[in-house]
Design a protein around this ligand. Structure first.
Ligand SMILES: Nc1nc2c(c(=O)[nH]1)N[C@H]1C(S)=C(S)[C@@H](COP(=O)(O)OP(=O)(O)OC[C@H]3O[C@@H](n4cnc5c(=O)[nH]c(N)nc54)[C@H](O)[C@@H]3O)O[C@H]1N2
Ligand SMILES: Nc1nc2c(c(=O)[nH]1)N[C@H]1C(S)=C(S)[C@@H](COP(=O)(O)OP(=O)(O)OC[C@H]3O[C@@H](n4cnc5c(=O)[nH]c(N)nc54)[C@H](O)[C@@H]3O)O[C@H]1N2
Ligand code: SF4
Ligand SMILES: [Mo]
Length: 727
């Protein structure tokens, strides 16, 4: 057999590789096929959807174009270092780059101890990477200072879900259960743009959509409740009020399966419909219609998205929504339920394996002595040597380079220069570090200011597992070899750990080996993966956690949680009594409008990936702001004008897009754009007291023409819109 076949022999038929889309939490099933020689000797890869249950032969345009990123023209193909902060960066070899990173880590530790080194992870990392990153921080660095971008994404829903049900899994049922839904209430979610194939799963249902904007999802709704931003908590209390007063509470369910209804009701009793209308802007008739629709159906679901959650009131808001779902008797019932639509590809698994400041693998608390014992045993360290909880993501970023804050930061899988709230300030904090190390596969706005850039493999070049929004563990499979010069994140972590004096065996680089260790570390935890292995996944078993190891027949996994009991010791779900409070920054004369932010179909997150895909970049090439025509007119702005959207924290430059269906008191900015178009230059980092989630979804803004300022006072922009309605 020769290694190079003669030219006359046709190339071997390459079998398709079954894997999943790299982007969102739906994790659509795909097959990758080699389509011949691409640029630079790299094969080009074609993608096609599979009949996987969440997508059944569909993909959104991000999924269709995902392979383009593998051959991005400016892909990082070798490490970069900067000899001094702010100086030019230069290409180097791996040993030099790793030595440089480790020298900087050691210098920070020598100066101020282990907590002077911090780690920021991401919900796009595979389970294996997220697990090894948490272990690296706690064991190799010995730091408590690790958190991840899921804090900006899922943390409020997770806190509320844990409080209500005793465990938090985005959807406690398979996505396909939604196909039988007659009614779906979507609170602050826009799946028509953020998870398009999901719309086919809920196509048969009447949708009730709560969103200040008439989104493509709201266009398809039977009922659109166009709330004032930041008032979903009041709306949920109001809907509970209607449900109780109009006699729709499922009394026997509340009696048999829950506790705390009376206390929750006491907080909703004063939210009669007229008051709710005044605060939320949702007409009384629509409140009643929404509850009636939900109450009349036998298969009904309530789902929340970031619009409800990314608030300083996010945890209480989700709790109020769950209270409504419990009163109607939905959670833990076949054909009905409550769920949160998780966001990033591994937004679910990413939060279970220990990259969150207060958690150890298996979704365990880092403060729980038995969890510490168990995990320390798996890691071969002493429990007393494991650090305690660290700062939450924004608090960590805010502390960087400050008197008690970390001096060095390692970033894996997030782009905070674009995606963190109050991004101008965060960028300054990053610049104040002594050392910034970033692992990525493309140049991001954060790699651009790093001292050491470590180039990594991408989804189609690596093996691993992801856990999708329904808690199902999925195999990511390598379809092409990585370009020479890049390493996997696992290899990077292992190389750093061994340079820091760790035994190599403690930081394995084979994903399957890491998974086996992760599974052992999770055993007995809330997210128990110990019964899952690559063989079972490769046989196509649909394994949803918890899936504990058994001595007899393998555990089948748990597609539906809570059917018999909730995860609290008494088996009951808990109503959580919550009272309304407004957002942290109400509009005033100087900043009379609500500013909110979110996503568009063509772009993903900070845009580091999708802005590099020509087919996507050309759909939405520039930052824009959605404005009601009347509001624009008052600010002297017309369609296509360049505007500044200004808050107390800074201003964004964006092109005006007139949207007649938008609330006149609200403007909307997508957050996918860099530089002066970063929506996060203006967002408010006020944190939810429980989840530490920042208030991405509402702050007080004013509009100005770029280059000239219009007077914002009474009668100025927004004069008769948001400000007065609120008062
Ligand atoms: N195309 C695309 N898809 C994605 C992503 C992406 O970046 N691009 N990201 C993935 C990730 S990580 C996530 S977290 C999900 C997010 O998925 P979604 O939650 O669907 O996305 P968002 O656009 O952030 O917010 C949803 C809606 O909330 C509305 N909203 C704003 N303020 C409020 C409010 O106060 N109340 C209510 N009720 N609604 C409000 C916005 O108008 C927006 O339409 O999407 C995932 N899918
Ligand atoms: N204003 C506003 N801000 C927001 C939001 C909002 O709605 N409004 N939403 C928030 C939410 S929900 C989220 S999830 C965050 C997301 O924001 P980010 O965390 O910034 O998300 P990404 O753009 O996905 O950044 C991931 C980076 O890591 C790289 N990357 C991807 N996979 C890997 C990997 O496996 N290994 C390595 N080493 N690198 C990888 C990508 O190339 C990219 O540069 O933004 C938050 N920020
Ligand atoms: S919906 Fe999500 S997982 Fe599916 S193709 Fe689009 S980005 Fe990928
Ligand atoms: Mo997210």
């Amino acid at each position: 057999m020769t290694s190079t076949p003669p030219a006359s022999v046709p190339p071997p038929v390459v079998a398709a590789t079954a894997t999943h889309c790299p982007y969102c939490a739906l994790q659509c099933g795909t097959e990758l096929v080699e389509e011949g020689g691409g640029g630079g000797g790299r094969p080009t890869i074609g993608v096609r959807p599979t009949d996987f249950p969440v997508n059944r032969g569909r993909l959104c345009q991000k999924g269709w174009t995902a392979p383009r990123l593998l051959s991005a023209g400016d892909r990082l193909l070798g490490p970069l270092v900067r000899d001094h902060r702010g100086g030019p960066s230069r290409a180097t070899d791996w040993p030099t780059a790793l030595d440089r990173a480790v020298a900087g880590i050691r210098a920070a530790v020598d100066r101020a101890g282990a907590d002077s080194v911090a780690v920021l992870g991401g919900g796009g990392l595979t389970n294996e990477k997220a697990y090894l990153l948490g272990k690296f921080a706690r064991v190799a660095l010995g730091t408590s200072q690790i958190d991840y971008n899921g804090r900006f994404c899922m943390s409020s829903a997770a806190a509320a879900g844990n409080a209500a049900f005793g465990v938090d899994r985005g959807l406690p049922f398979p996505v396909t259960d939604l196909e039988a839904a007659e009614v779906v209430l979507l609170v602050g979610a826009n799946p028509a743009e953020t998870m398009p194939p999901l719309m086919a799963r809920i196509a048969a249902a009447d949708l009730v959509v709560v969103d200040p904007r008439r989104t493509p999802t709201a266009e398809r709704a039977a009922l659109h409740l166009r709330t004032r931003p930041g008032t979903d908590l009041a709306l949920a209390l109001g809907l509970l009020h209607v449900a109780v007063v109009d006699g729709h509470v499922d009394r026997s369910y509340v009696r048999d399966r829950t506790t705390g209804f009376d206390e929750a009701w006491r907080h909703a009793v004063a939210w009669w419909p007229e008051r709710t209308e005044q605060v939320t802007g949702v007409p009384v008739a629509d409140q009643r219609a929404a509850v009636r629709l939900l109450a009349a159906a036998s298969h009904r679901y309530v789902l929340t998205g970031r619009g409800a959650e990314q608030h300083s009131t996010g945890t209480d808001t989700v709790s109020a929504v769950i209270n409504l779902a419990l009163a109607l008797g939905l959670p833990g019932r076949r054909g009905s339920g409550y769920g949160c639509l998780t966001g990033q590809g591994n937004g679910q698994g990413g939060r279970e394996h220990g990259q969150k400041a207060d958690q150890l693998p298996g979704y365990r608390s880092i403060e729980d002595p038995s969890a510490r014992n168990h995990v320390a045993g798996v890691w071969g360290v002493r429990p007393e040597d494991l650090p305690g909880p660290g700062r939450s993501a924004y608090e960590l970023l805010d502390a960087l380079g400050g008197p008690d804050g970390p001096r060095a930061l390692l970033v894996f899988g997030t782009n905070p220069v674009v995606s963190a709230p109050r991004a101008g300030h965060v960028t300054e904090r990053l610049a104040a570090l002594d050392l910034l190390v970033v692992a990525d596969f493309v140049p991001s706005e954060t790699t651009r200011i790093a001292d050491v850039v470590l180039p990594t493999t991408q989804w189609a070049e690596e093996d691993g597992t992801m856990t999708n929004l329904e808690g199902r563990v999925l195999r990511r499979r390598a379809a092409v070899p990585p370009p020479p010069g890049v390493r996997t994140d696992l290899e990077v972590l292992s190389a750093l750990a061994t340079r820091l004096g760790q035994p190599a065996g403690r930081f394995p680089t084979r994903p399957e080996v890491v998974f086996a260790e992760l599974a052992a570390a999770s055993a007995g935890g809330r997210a128990d993966y110990s019964g899952i292995d690559y063989d079972r996944l490769d046989r196509g078993e649909a394994l949803h956690w918890p899936c504990p190891r058994t001595s007899g027949a393998p555990h089948p996994g748990t597609p539906r949680l809570f059917l018999d009991r909730f995860a609290h010791p008494d088996g009951r779900a808990r109503f959580r009594p919550v009272a309304h409070r407004p957002g942290a920054e109400p509009p005033d004369d100087g900043y009379p409008l609500y500013g909110t932010t979110g996503r568009v179909l063509a772009h993903y997150q900070s845009g580091a990936q999708t802005r590099r895909v020509p087919e996507l970049a050309s759909v939405e090439p520039v930052p824009y702001v959605e404005v009601h025509p009347d509001t624009a007119g008052r600010a002297g702005l017309a369609a296509g004008d360049v505007a500044h959207v200004v808050t107390r924290r800074g201003r964004v430059t964006a092109t005006v897009r007139l949207v007649p269906h938008l609330r006149a008191d609200t403007v909307f900015l997508p957050f996918h754009f860099p530089e002066e178009g970063r929506a996060n230059l203006i967002t408010n980092p006020e944190l939810d007291p429980v989840s530490r989630m920042p208030e991405f979804k509402v702050c007080a803004v004013r509009l100005e023409r770029a280059g000239g300022t219009t007077s914002p006072g009474p009668g100025g922009p927004g004069g008769s819109t948001g400000a007065e309605e609120v008062r």
